[in-house]
Design a binder for this molecule. Structure first.
Ligand code: UD1
Length: 417
């Protein structure tokens, strides 16, 4: 198993480009199931979750070709088996994104229930409720969701809570339904908008993506298209926090500042200087940072996927911060590990009280989930001495070549096997 070994204390400096967004890529790859014609996707990040999704689609009969320029072409001329088996779904919950497209295109789907997940229960009841509203018959048997429908019918769906992949699944299903679908209380995440753009390029009729009401006029069939995936706002935010917490100065290219307002605002509140143009963001710091309290909530509020990174930053900032997690019920597993480096954090319910300390000291730590791992890497960059982050495979699920990019910014980080 790979480990990352980090010699901390170097301020990051220089320029890096942001990769394509993982959370936009995964649903977009699934959109290929909706048409017999090829879908060409560009700016696909090289990530473990993407490889898993491609393996899942290939197993269903989708023909996949990749090029060296991060392009993937998918052709689902014939879907041989509309099934997502447990061994793939269990490693990546986003596999549930095949449920909507398969039901719409094939009239049937069998998708394993995701099962327990380290950061909370993460049920899929809203995905199921929406498909049922569109006329699908759903059964849960032997750990699998089985959906059947001769043709889905447009429906008005009001989601009980904001779910990103739930909104995406239902939006994809509705593109091929007969009649119009309205999704109320829809997720407004930029990745939902990117998926809608791709679907519209394929001939879908979607309006309102990015607001909390999405309207989809069903069509008979979709066709092939080309789409370039949006930049990853969480990778962007992670590098900005890394630069801020190490007292560095960096520029991120191929970034989209307008979808990171809540994060940039918090970095400014901490005392960092943030400037931006249409496709870049630069950050520099003048001295020590102030701690900043954050409360996670669906977009456009502060993202849960940036919570752990701000915890690392707050560990060495001036003052005390409250970090409140409202999206997932068990997303503080990095706390114990950060404490091993000397952080002063107490958890009370869904709030962590973080008292800034003068410095962290390197130690061996264990990654527990994707964003928790990122916070441990950041803590390693801040800490004095050597930090070893074990179970790096969590990080490889969502960050493209993180150690290469960080090295380019001057960090002393290497991967050991
Ligand atoms: C997506 C992102 C993930 C991010 C999360 C929240 C992808 C591939 N992943 O995950 O990185 O952390 O959004 O921004 O895009 N819930 C239910 N019933 C449902 C669906 C969700 O109760 O049917 C609950 C979940 O348990 C959770 C909350 O709703 O507490 C939000 O989950 P959701 O938005 O669905 O997260 P994902 O789409 O899985």
């Amino acid at each position: 198993m790979d480990k990352l070994v980090i010699e901390g204390g170097v301020p990051l400096s220089g320029e890096v480009s942001v990769s394509g967004a993982k959370n936009a890529t995964l649903p977009i790859l699934c959109a290929s199931l909706l048409t017999a014609e090829p879908l060409a996707v560009a700016h696909v990040p090289h990530l473990h979750d993407v490889t898993t999704m491609l393996a899942l689609l290939a197993q269903m009969g989708v023909t996949i070709s990749t090029d060296e320029k991060l392009g993937v072409e998918l052709a689902a001329a014939r879907i041989t088996g509309p099934v997502a088996p447990y061994d793939l779904v269990r490693t990546m919950r986003a596999s549930v994104l095949v449920l909507g497209p398969l039901t719409a295109r094939c009239g049937e789907a069998r998708v394993s229930l995701p099962g327990g997940c380290a950061i909370g229960l993460r049920p899929v009841d809203q995905h199921i409720k929406g498909l049922q509203a569109m006329g699908a018959e759903i059964a849960i048997e032997h750990g699998y969701i089985t959906a059947r429908a001769s043709r889905l019918k447009g429906a008005r769906i009001c989601l009980d809570l904001v779910t990103v992949t739930g909104t995406e699944n239902l939006m994809m299903a509705a593109t091929l339904a007969s009649g119009a679908t309205v999704i109320e209380n829809a997720a407004r995440e930029p990745e939902v908008v990117d998926l809608a753009k791709c679907l519209n390029a394929m001939g879908a009729k979607i309006q309102g993506a990015g607001s909390d009401v999405v309207m989809i006029e069903g069509v008979e069939r979709l066709h092939g298209a080309r789409h370039r995936v949006m930049p990853d706002r969480i990778e962007t935010g992670t590098f900005l926090v890394a630069a801020a917490a190490t007292g560095g100065e960096i520029t991120l290219r191929d970034a989209r500042p307008e979808i990171l307002d809540a994060v940039l605002e918090k970095l400014r509140e901490a005392g960092a200087q943030v400037t931006s143009g249409p496709d870049w963001i630069a950050l520099k710091t003048n001295g020590a940072l102030n701690s900043v309290s954050v409360r996670t909530a669906p977009y456009p509020a502060f993202p849960t996927d940036m919570q752990a990174q701000f915890m690392a930053l707050n560990s060495v900032a001036r003052g005390t911060a409250l970090v409140t997690e409202t999206v997932f019920e068990n997303r503080f597993m990095h706390v114990q590990e950060l404490k091993r480096l000397g952080a002063d954090i107490e958890v009370e319910g869904n709030t962590a009280v973080v008292k800034g300390v003068a410095h962290l000291d390197g130690a061996g730590v264990m990654a527990t989930d994707l964003r928790a791992s990122a916070s441990l890497v950041l803590a390693g960059l801040i800490a004095r001495g050597t930090t070893t982050v074990d179970r790096v495979y969590h990080l490889d699920r969502g960050y493209e070549r993180i150690e290469e990019k960080l090295s380019r910014l001057g960090a002393r980080i290497k991967r050991v096997r």
